[in-house]
Design a protein around this ligand. Sequence first.
Ligand code: ZN
Length: 194
Amino acid sequence: MHELLAAINEIVWGPVTIILLIGTGILIAVLVRCFIVDRTLYIDWEVGKIGCEVTELPALFDRLGCEGCEGVNCKGEQHGMARAWPSVADSANPELISHLQQHGYPRMAAAKKGPNSVKEGVIFLQSYDIVVHPRCIQTIDELTLYSYKIDKLTDEVLPILEDRKNHRIDSLRYALERVRRPRTMRTRRVIHGA
Ligand SMILES: [Zn+2]
């Protein structure tokens, strides 16, 4: 854990990322905090709820990073820290994003997705060493179980990802989207006479 704490002091890129899904009428909301230092992706906080109301979302996400959070009336120093950070949400439900933007999360944006984005996103994720804080039980679970389908007859690994609950991994993919596809117009610094 010392490694993680040391890393937090030198965050080079650190969005929080969110997934908001409505499956069979049930809202699934997950928010993870992650950041990159060198070639390591750190995940140190997660909050989530299956079956929450849209109006509950800001209060749920405000718990991120708040040790011993006391809920809506919490006075914790870190309470609501996620509001200040950029976040990337599933683009499937723009009305949820717009609700959050209007209720304390103005920096939330929709994921770009695009063709092959799942596959490429997973490969990109795999190119990092991933360190997860032990309190992020769900994230650890998903990362442990995430796998490709296996051909039942030959035991060979197929290029198809298992379709099980991967909400936090999806969140991480969205978070990394901006690193994977840096802005094409990014200004490069040219050092003369160095
Ligand atoms: Zn709190």
